[in-house]
Design a protein around this ligand. Structure first.
Ligand code: 0O2
Length: 216
């Protein structure tokens, strides 16, 4: 009957959202392990901070509507791959690829898609490495592969993207040319800062190493 049907729909939706919550937990654990192990054994932590979110059912439906995706859970699962979003902000450019490799090397993780907006920045200057990964979640009676979107970027890229998001992102009209130019100039400045800080880091690390060997 009607009540029973409603209950089934509700349970199905709860189960659907729960798998993403578990997927995020699995990824969180993996990242915590990398972070702690790095700190302990390499005396260096490439991860500055991690932010994650799960899209609300409302914004999942809005996105499905916007992208003309069929309103079934199967189709949403297959086509909306950023229901779980994890942003890893790291110190330097080279850390991005190190972290990406470490994640991809894990046996239970499958790389579904990789968009490298660092090698190919967006026209507005946006830079980040985007990975869509599938991760298994084991439940009482089934195993589900859950899609997770991981964005990896430096602090400078994150600074630019966070503020750009506040200022312009999803502003549907076109932005006047001079403002567009200022925006890409700001992205270039952020990139220069990244390069400068990485160079300083390497030079100081070299000096420290030399001093240590002089003491030996
Ligand atoms: P939010 O609010 O951060 O969640 P799609 O994900 O399908 O809509 P596409 O092109 O397949 O779009 O995905 P893409 O290019 O991998 O980028 C999606 C996410 O990257 C966005 O998520 C943003 O987080 C980030 N992003 C992409 N381009 C820009 C940009 O120009 N500026 C900023 N600040 N962020 C960007 P959402 O869901 O759109 O936004």
């Amino acid at each position: 009957d009607y009540v029973q049907q409603l209950k089934e729909i509700r349970d199905e939706l709860t189960r659907f959202m729960m798998t993403y919550k578990f997927g995020l937990r699995e990824m969180d654990t993996k990242l915590t392990i990398l972070k702690e192990e790095f700190q302990h054994f390499h005396d260096y932590n490439p991860i500055e901070h991690i932010k994650s979110r799960i899209k609300s059912p409302e914004s999942i439906l809005q996105k499905a509507h916007r992208k003309n995706i069929e309103m079934s859970l199967d189709s949403i699962k297959e086509n909306i791959r950023d229901i779980v979003g994890i942003r890893i902000v790291c110190s330097f450019n080279t850390d991005i690829y190190k972290i990406s490799d470490m994640i991809q090397k894990q046996k239970d993780i499958t790389l579904i898609e990789c968009k490298d907006y660092i090698k190919n920045p967006k026209p507005n200057g946006y830079k980040s490495l985007h990975l869509v990964l599938a991760i298994p979640v084991f439940m009482s009676d089934r195993e589900e592969q859950v899609y997770v979107e991981v964005q990896i970027r430096t602090v400078a890229m994150d600074f630019w993207a966070s503020l750009e998001h506040k200022i312009y992102y999803k502003y549907n009209k076109s932005i006047p040319n001079h403002l567009e130019l200022e925006l890409t100039n700001a992205a270039t400045a952020a990139n220069e800062l990244d390069l400068k800080m990485e160079r300083l880091y390497k030079e100081v690390a070299y000096i420290k190493k030399q001093e240590a060997s002089d003491h030996d």
